[in-house]
Design a protein around this ligand. Sequence first.
Ligand code: NAG
Ligand code: NAG
Ligand code: NAG
Ligand code: NAG
Length: 516
Amino acid sequence: MEQKTSLSLSLSLSMVLTTIFLLVNLAAGADQYSRDDFPLDFVFGSATSAYQVEGAFNEDGRTPSIWDTFAHAGYAYGANGDVACDDYHKYKEDVQLMVDMGLEGYRFSISWSRLLPNGRGPINPKGLQYYNNLINELISNGIQPHVTLHNFDLPQALEDEYGGWVDRQIIRDFTNYADVCFREFGDRVLYWTTVNEPNVFALGGYDQGNSPPQRCSPPFCVTKSNRGNSTYEPYLAVHHILLAHSSAMKLYRRKYRDKQQGFVGISVYTFGVIPQTDTEKDKVATQRVCDFFIGWIVEPLLHGDYPNSMKANAGVRIPAFTNHESKLVKGSYDFIGIIHYTNANITDNSDILNNKLRDYTADMAAKIIFGLDFFSNEEYAITPWGLQQQLNIFKSRYGNPPILIYENGQRTASNSSLQDVSRVKYLHRYIGAVLDALRNGSNIKGYFAWSFLDLFELLNGYRSSFGLYYVDRDDPELKRYPKLSAKWYKQFLKGRRSTSRVETITSLVSIDHLFQ
Ligand SMILES: *[C@@H]1O[C@H](CO)[C@@H](O)[C@H](O)[C@H]1NC(C)=O
Ligand SMILES: *[C@@H]1O[C@H](CO)[C@@H](O)[C@H](O)[C@H]1NC(C)=O
Ligand SMILES: *[C@@H]1O[C@H](CO)[C@@H](O)[C@H](O)[C@H]1NC(C)=O
Ligand SMILES: *[C@@H]1O[C@H](CO)[C@@H](O)[C@H](O)[C@H]1NC(C)=O
């Protein structure tokens, strides 16, 4: 892979390719496709995150993150990431599994409290060594590292010291942490995500209080916790995340970009949306949900300010950008990471705006009806139109930024069979949808299946799984076994066509009939 290709160069390349695609392939739905149908510099990978796979939670100088605290208090169905997949010790064999699969990229995150145990100050040499080892192992095997700096796991030390993301000091500490990562790893890492899913992090952590750091205020808490302010803190936390992100980006551009030639982005949780009815109210509500979920993060990066609907409904509770902040935030991205699994129906709930006391959710003034319970292990419906819809929105409304699809995948019960046919179907259809979107002019640069291994799922512990590899948790060695989906992805990455009948995957069990 030519790593130095600049995004603008690949942008024009992909425009040329898109034109060719359109000429050649206008009639073909992407139901049969192969790796070769995607541009050469498009990257296919798979993803994990630090707390979800590393284990070694108190080894070699690592201190707790807010997720350790939450899980140890029993809030994650009694499960935790103390051992997880033991990737701290097994990274070498896992990279070999990636090589076997033909992965072109691997998205993982750095545990801030492993690298900087106090959240700032001295580097933990063992933590530094671990990430150097992992990155070197990937690079020497030709796998492109895509690194996230904050994947929900703020050091507990900073939460205790000043409340973490609700205090402005976090901007300084995050920037310093990013500086350490850029300096130590940026000679080999070209793709950096500052913060993963700030929208979901703020909703769970500062509005409903059902995920770390469990801040919320009555009557909005869905847990017993009540040491926050649901009317204000979700907005404040995201404001600080955007400022910290932009500050890190500015630092990268000033100090590292010329030399390292990398890219910095942020990732956003998205879902497809449809108005429940044809009424104007539901249509407007659907737009408002997009503003509140996606526009919240993306519009400041594009225009330097929050969406009007948010400012209108949250009033003084959503922080205003100063001129200086607005300038800092605007344009501070090289790409947007998209996390996508499913769709929702939207109904208007504007009556709630009569309530004086409102949280972020009430300000949205809409009911979001997902087809499944996130805390269960139900499988996702296979409805790739939602991903295409979101990609179209990024293309037409948000200026068609370079996109990396950083998470997408199917959930199954963790004890289900290695013949994970529903995951194969899901990946087949969603990757096909990505190809359609690419041919339709979306500026997509890569796709990462969630997740590489069965890991500690943040909403479900070990009850459900998204992995291409099964991890036998009853085996003290935590042996990995490839599922059907791992074999399918491997065939695809090695250039075999994926067809709706999967008939070319002759080495696999015959699953033709499942695709009728
Ligand atoms: C939450 O913050 C808002 C805005 O600063 C303030 O008006 C309100 O009193 C706070 N509520 C609680 C429960 O602290
Ligand atoms: C959403 O609405 C469509 C009809 O517009 C319906 O078929 C579907 O079941 C609904 N989904 C959910 C999750 O309610
Ligand atoms: C998986 O676990 C669930 C709940 O414990 C159980 O109902 C189901 O039968 C199990 N499935 C298999 C394949 O073992
Ligand atoms: C292709 O893009 C256009 C707008 O650029 C959009 O209207 C259309 O729905 C897209 N087609 C698909 C299949 O997503």
